[in-house]
Design a protein around this ligand. Structure first.
Ligand code: G
Ligand code: G
Ligand code: MN
Length: 657
């Protein structure tokens, strides 16, 4: 289509260019992150003209800066419609990155309209950046100095992407919709998306998937660890007056994703907050008294926990990329057939392995191994999940435990949130000492209703009301309030939590976290990044795992394998007395008392129990011999905050009669 230059000028004068807005959504939390601003032309005579047609024309006529200015001004003008902390992403043509005067111009538009450039991301398509990379670098540097972010748009479609990614200070990588669109159908595209997400993570930039149209794609992207999504699933580009509708639609969709309060089948019914979940998963993985690892199709270690590293006698890092043949040559011939079988799709559990001692003459050890295939979204075997328990003796694994604890404490430090727990009356019974750091209030003072004394007087009423509402209905809580911080200023805080519901529908506890809204999101992102992988591993571990809080022993989470072995007798919120429902028996058929379960002993007495043999009834009538192991998990001040129990089936030996 040909447009005389006069027509373009006329279009500017008659304000025929205007923005559409399309939501960007944080995949892990389903929260609105911001909007991309997309130019539209409503031509007086010809009607709507697509940007693919008019952008090149505007570029050629030398008026592209004018288009950007129009988009920014019109978007800033409607910024009161944007929820706090959401961002605007605005497209720049590559030629604009060669214009040294651009940063000053953009700054002027932003300050005239009172909109912080910290909330603006400029998206640049890679296609034509190549001409003068040095100049582009200088302009990009100036833009960054103004506080805005830079995104590399349509990644994967150009021919010099990696060069640009390396040469320019990008904060985001937008994966082109052509890959996303095809990913659920074609394995190759899935691999490309997975690789780009991995590339983004390793470069420390956010990954954004464009063209997300289905729930299936969103789930897969989440699974791959992609940070943000944009596409018709979350909302189509729409004019400014539809922003409130788009915001509502995202909120509605996000509450639909919240976990049901009681869901025994979900691996984690209770704790939905990413950073918290991640800390727990990491603690379980590392603190569990079994060796765990994941081997890829070529039998290379992809991940392993502290305990396995210790069993194998070398650090975690020296395992990665190597094979058991290299790390444990003495037992490799014994385990190889099981790994191969698992790679063909067949599980093996309760495999006893005799491991000769390292020094000649010493006693060998007996290990119990489980090997299970791990499949991808399409059902193909990706590798093998392995669990190893040393059943030679039940001696305390102090070193492994210490390492697990340290890791947990580190995760808690990293955790930007302040976790809190309310009892059934809405009183605070536990809160992280970070509250003290924020408010200067002593922790004892913060218990019960004391914490409310730090609240802004105007926020007390709605906060109290929200808590009462959650206690009455069991619905998640999500509130904002101001607290007086140490320096005397008021700080906006965001508090979210979910209720634990008892068997007769009453709220037993509310678990949640509060965070400083202004806080930069970087730490959170770092945490969320590794969560997808960890969650998948936890789910695939071939032993049952149960995590329970101290001191009541409330079950906080259990993986699928635990549910299976215990015949679905695990309920969220079960306390120690309820452990009798799990119905384990000793060899002589006497039932275990609730506090005889290793999990209870770990929580109550800080004991580490290694491979205690008990029996579970089978659905079919017989008994399964299992090994129960447990260890406590320690918090900041050395107190026991939780316990983790591992359940390992021993299939091979006949049960004594
Ligand atoms: O919405 P869609 O068809 O809406 O957009 C098509 C292309 O137009 C996108 O690739 C986008 O990068 C580009 N585009 C949209 N708005 C602008 C703009 O304001 N400036 C520039 N340079 N490109 C834009
Ligand atoms: O700047 P960029 O090329 O990334 O602009 C995004 C383009 O993608 C716009 O043209 C927009 O209309 C389009 N788009 C946004 N969401 C979807 C989607 O879910 N599916 C498809 N096919 N296109 C989309
Ligand atoms: Mn774009």
């Amino acid at each position: 289509m040909f447009f005389p230059e006069g027509d373009i000028l006329r279009a500017f004068e008659e304000e025929e260019f205007f923005p559409h807005f399309q939501p960007l959504v944080e995949l892990r939390t389903s929260q609105l992150a911001g909007f991309e601003v997309l130019a539209r032309w409503n031509h007086g005579k010809l009607g709507s003209i697509p940007p693919d047609i008019f952008i090149p024309v505007v570029e050629k006529s030398g008026l592209i800066n004018g288009l950007t200015k129009t988009m920014l001004e019109k978007a800033f003008a409607v910024s009161p419609l944007l929820p706090p902390n959401t961002t605007l992403s605005v497209n720049l043509s590559p030629v604009q990155l060669l214009d040294s005067a651009l940063p000053t111009k953009l700054e002027a538009v932003a300050s005239r309209n009172n909109f912080s450039l910290q909330r603006v991301t400029f998206e640049i398509t890679e296609s034509a950046l190549v001409d003068d990379l040095a100049r582009a670098q200088s302009v990009a540097g100036d833009l960054k100095a103004l506080g805005c972010r830079l995104a590399l748009d349509d990644f994967g479609t150009g021919y010099a992407s990696l060069k640009h990614l390396q040469a320019l200070p990008f904060d985001e990588l937008k994966i082109d919709k052509s890959f996303v669109g095809a990913m659920t159908a074609a394995r190759e595209n899935r691999k490309i998306v997975a690789a780009v997400v991995g590339l983004g993570h390793s470069l420390g930039v956010l990954t954004v998937a464009e063209g997300v149209e289905t729930k299936e794609q969103a789930n897969m992207l989440l699974w791959l660890g992609c940070d943000l999504g944009q596409g018709w699933l979350f909302g189509r580009p729409a004019p400014a007056d539809e922003i409130p509708r788009l915001v509502l639609a995202v909120i509605k969709a996000s509450t639909a994703f919240l976990p049901a309060p009681v869901d025994a089948d979900s691996i984690m019914g209770l704790e939905a907050l990413p950073a918290q979940r991640h800390a727990q998963l990491q603690a379980i993985y590392d603190g569990a008294p079994v060796g765990l690892c994941f081997l890829d199709r070529k039998m290379r270690y992809v991940s392993l926990n502290c305990h396995l590293a210790e069993m194998n006698g070398s650090p975690i890092a020296s395992h990665i990329g190597k094979t058991p043949k290299e790390l444990v040559p003495e037992i490799f011939p014994l385990i190889e057939p099981h790994i191969r079988r698992a790679l063909k799709g067949e599980s093996g559990s309760g495999v006893e392995i005799s491991r000769p001692s390292a020094d000649a003459g010493g006693d060998g050890r007996t290990l119990l191994g489980s090997y299970r295939p791990v499949r991808d979204e399409a059902g193909e075997v990706l590798g093998v999940s392995v669990a190893i328990v040393d059943i030679t003796e039940r001696k305390r694994a102090e070193e492994a435990l210490r390492q697990g604890e340290e890791h947990y404490r580190h995760m808690v430090e990293l955790n930007p949130h302040t976790p809190w727990v309310l009892d059934a009356d809405g009183k605070v019974i536990e809160a992280s000492s970070r509250w003290q750091k924020t408010t200067g209030m002593e922790m004892e003072e913060a218990m019960g209703d004391g914490w409310m004394r730090a609240l802004h007087p105007d926020d007390v009423e709605h906060t109290t009301r929200a808590i009462q509402e959650t206690l009455r209905t069991g619905k998640p809580i999500d509130i904002e309030y101001r607290v007086k911080s140490l320096d005397g200023s008021w700080k906006w805080m965001w508090s979210r939590g979910s209720a634990v519901i008892g068997p007769s529908g009453e709220v037993l506890r509310v678990y949640g976290t509060v965070e400083d809204i202004e806080r930069p999101k970087t730490v959170e992102h770092a945490l969320e990044r590794c969560q997808a992988g960890l969650q998948a591993t936890f789910d695939a571990v071939p032993v049952g795992m149960i995590l329970a809080d101290a001191p009541e022993g409330n079950v906080a989470m259990a993986n699928q394998e635990a549910h299976r072995i215990l015949r679905n007798a695990i309920q969220p919120g079960q306390r120690i007395a309820d452990y009798r429902r799990w119905a384990a028996t000793w060899e002589d058929n006497q039932p275990l008392k609730p506090n005889e379960y290793p999990l209870a002993r770990a929580i109550l007495h800080g004991e580490t129990i290694r491979a205690q043999t008990v029996y579970f009834q089978k659905e079919s009538g017989g008994r399964t011999r299992v090994a129960l192991s447990a260890s406590p998990i320690y918090g900041h001040n050395g107190e026991i905050v939780a316990g983790v129990m591992v359940i390992e089936e021993m299939a091979d030996k006949p049960t004594p009669s």
